[in-house]
Write a protein that binds this ligand. Structure first.
Ligand SMILES: Cc1cc2nc3c(=O)[nH]c(=O)nc-3n(C[C@H](O)[C@H](O)[C@H](O)COP(=O)(O)OP(=O)(O)OC[C@H]3O[C@@H](n4cnc5c(N)ncnc54)[C@H](O)[C@@H]3O)c2cc1C
Length: 662
């Protein structure tokens, strides 16, 4: 609807999406007399807030970003600045018009198709039916909004975090009414507390400010202001143009430039321990770039609605943290995500381990439980509709023609094709066992053909291409012999990769973030991610999972593998590593991401996210600094940084040379 899914699920970020654009189904029909509004799913929050405010200062309790679409927002919950006062958007949905999997247009409500109505209020985005209109109950916008924003230097972070938690959990001390909305934003550079109060009588606001600031150091800055509801919402989202004309921007449906970010989210029902706060602040201080932790209250009115009233399950928590980081260049992405993961992990055990589905994160394991908890058991009978929906709207799903990807676990048989999205190129498994790429308008001239291992004899059909669970794409013959493969095996992380044919005439194996792992252009495992072109690693320059050093002649690469080993690859040996590090047998349940680095004692080592040592050279006794170099002939050499003749450790052609002393 509004295209704001964090993972781009409505914008084709996963293979074989069907995109239904609701941009023009964006009507907003207000009925002040009955205190309801009928809204098309493509309407965005900004214009909705604007229009409702023109009707006797009404509003709905929605989100804070004016470009979010009502469709996705309302189906997942709909959390915003009025959540403590009026609850979630799902708590105000009275009726929906939907198209179900059979193609019927239904009006559903608490009294008609109540199961579907229940499921679509909290677990509905892109699943059980397509919503074409929402009928929502209106609420009065607050008469006045008063807000304090106080900002501290990072040295006050721990104290402010503890004070925030004390006020959130010690209700006899804080005694907040639902008019108070207490938020905290933690960044590497500063920590900010925002206290918002709704309503004209501000005694409670003043009391809360005094309570908050009582035991804390003096903030770097404080700013208190009062506004009407609409100005408050618009100013918060920072969307005004140079003439301060946000209304014009919104009503013309203009959009902002896109930016790249990754977000994770957790709910908490008890305070984060002092130990975890220490861990969090330490990890926060170690990264660079823009990363923000937003603490938002999830109690108040939300908690007064019975847990089973809607599919939205998380009604007994105090606050949630949204962890978000941003980057400008693709090559920073992995590093930023690793930083985010470390911070998220540092408080994960203190949390409920549950999360809000509208802050969707494709890396969350066991996602049904994380997003729907005990409500999961009520959802499966409806899930059938999803599958039906796919077939109803895309009748050719059963055949691979018209499909550009071979998903993990799928097979392509002789004569079957994958077709590029522009339908001009196809990949076919031929009767002779070769995979071949053709242009549709020139089926006699293969653009690319797979090889067949010449050492094999007695090859016979029928052949099959399997995108295996271990992430290798393999062509087998009728006797089960491997006759060709992409050499992208990665068994410790099953089900990650898929294979696809692209408009650019290439066939690719791609990872879960769509990164290229293998391509028909080079025919070998790619070294594209990370520090390509960098052949030297100094102390402090960490290398993360999937990143690599590449020799100056680009013929050799050292890669941090998905299973925690480091491995050396040569470009001309068909993708098998020439050397791999081991995994210390004593470590248990290692966890991605992995980091490869020069240690303080001048060894090289691999650690997992939990800080467990996975592999280390353990030979150096050098004082000063060292440097790791990957040379053109494949030698990996650790030497003293200021003297390349002082060798600490080296490895060539699989043979390691240890230097006991330097
Ligand atoms: C900048 C930003 C700010 C945000 N702020 C908030 C906030 O303050 N509060 C909050 O609760 N959330 C917030 N979110 C999260 C937001 O609620 C979700 O991303 C929501 O799913 C977006 O809805 P959409 O229609 O814009 O997105 P879309 O990407 O269009 O849709 C999201 C999902 O819903 C499904 N869907 C959309 N419309 C329909 C429909 N008509 N029928 C069936 N399925 C449908 C899509 O298939 C997709 O899976 C924010 C997101 C962003 C990017």
């Amino acid at each position: 609807s509004g295209g704001h899914s964090y993972e781009g699920y409505s914008l084709g970020s996963v293979p074989n999406n069907i995109i239904i654009n609701f941009g023009k189904l964006n009507h907003i029909h207000v009925n002040v007399h009955d205190k309801i509004v009928k809204i098309g799913p493509g309407a965005r929050l900004g214009p909705i807030y604007y229009k409702l405010y023109q009707h006797e200062k009404h509003t709905i309790p929605g989100g804070s970003c004016p470009w979010v679409g009502i469709g996705g927002l309302a189906l997942g919950g709909g959390y915003g600045l009025l959540a403590r006062l009026h609850g979630l958007l799902v708590d105000h949905v009275l009726e929906m018009k939907v198209v179900n999997a059979q193609g019927d247009l239904l009006a559903i409500s608490a009294s008609h198709e109540s199961d579907l109505f229940w499921a679509l209020r909290g677990a509905g985005g892109g699943s059980f039916a397509i919503v074409t209109e929402f009928t929502l109950r209106l609420v009065r916008a607050p008469l006045l909004v008063t807000r304090l924003k106080a900002v501290w230097h990072p040295n006050a972070t721990k104290a402010v975090m503890k004070r925030y938690q004390l006020l959130m959990f010690n209700t006899s001390l804080s005694n907040f009414s639902n008019n108070i909305f207490l938020q905290m934003s933690v960044m590497k550079e500063q920590i900010t507390i925002s206290i918002t109060h709704y309503g004209p009588a501000i005694r409670e606001f003043n009391r809360t400010v005094s309570l908050m600031l009582a035991t804390l150091p003096t903030p770097k800055t404080t700013n208190t202001y009062q506004q009407d509801w609409l100005s408050f919402v618009y100013d918060l989202s920072d969307i005004a143009d140079a003439d301060h004309n946000y209304r014009k921007l919104l009503l013309e449906n203009a959009t902002l430039p896109t930016y790249e970010f990754k977000s994770k989210h957790l709910y908490f029902d008890k305070p984060i321990s002092d130990h975890s706060i220490d861990q969090l602040t330490r990890h926060l201080s170690l990264g660079s770039g823009r990363l923000c932790l937003e603490f938002n209250p999830w109690d108040g009115y939300i908690n007064t609605i019975p847990i089973d009233a809607t599919a939205f399950r998380h009604r007994q928590y105090k606050f949630g943290i949204q962890f978000t980081d941003y980057w400008n260049h693709t090559y920073d992405e992995q590093r930023q995500i690793n930083w985010l993961e470390r911070i998220y992990t540092s408080v994960h055990n203190d949390s409920t381990k549950h999360s809000y589905v509208n802050y969707i994160d494709r890396d969350v394991p066991n996602w049904m439980n994380v997003y729907y908890d005990t409500h999961t058991r009520y959802l499966p009978r409806n899930v059938r509709c999803v599958v039906l929906l796919l077939f109803v709207h895309n009748g050719d799903q059963m055949s691979f023609d018209g499909k550009s990807s071979l998903l993990n676990g799928e097979e392509l048989h002789v004569g079957e094709r994958l077709t590029s999205p522009d339908e001009k190129i196809y990949l076919i498994l031929q009767t002779d066992g070769h995979l071949a790429i053709f242009r549709k308008d020139d089926p006699n001239q293969a653009l690319w053909k797979s090889t067949i291992d010449s050492k094999l004899s007695n090859i016979q059909g029928p052949f099959v291409l399997k995108m295996q669970e271990n992430n290798d794409a393999v062509v087998y013959d009728g006797k089960g012999q491997t006759i060709w493969h992409t050499a992208t095996r990665c068994p410790d992380f099953p089900g990650l990769f898929h294979l696809e044919i692209d408009d650019d005439e290439g066939c690719y194996v791609r990872g879960r973030k769509n990164e290229i792992v293998w391509t028909s252009y080079t025919g070998i495992r790619c070294f594209q991610e990370g520090k390509e072109g960098m052949s030297v690693l100094d102390k402090g320059q960490d290398l993360y999972t999937n990143q690599c050093l590449v020799s100056p002649n680009e013929k050799v690469a050292l890669m941090v593998e998905l299973d925690g080993r480091i491995a050396l690859y040569k470009r001309d040996n068909y993708g098998e590593p020439t050397w791999q590090s081991t995994i210390t047998p004593t470590v248990s349940s290692i966890e991605e991401p992995f980091v490869f680095k020069i240690t303080d004692d001048n060894n090289i080592a691999v650690y997992d996210i939990k800080g467990q040592l996975i592999w280390k050279t353990n030979v150096s006794c050098l004082d000063g600094d060292s440097r790791l170099v990957l040379e053109d002939d494949g030698r990996l050499l650790l030497h003293a940084k200021d003297d390349a003749n002082i060798h600490i450790w080296s490895m060539k052609d699989g043979s390691i040379v240890h230097y006991k002393s330097v």
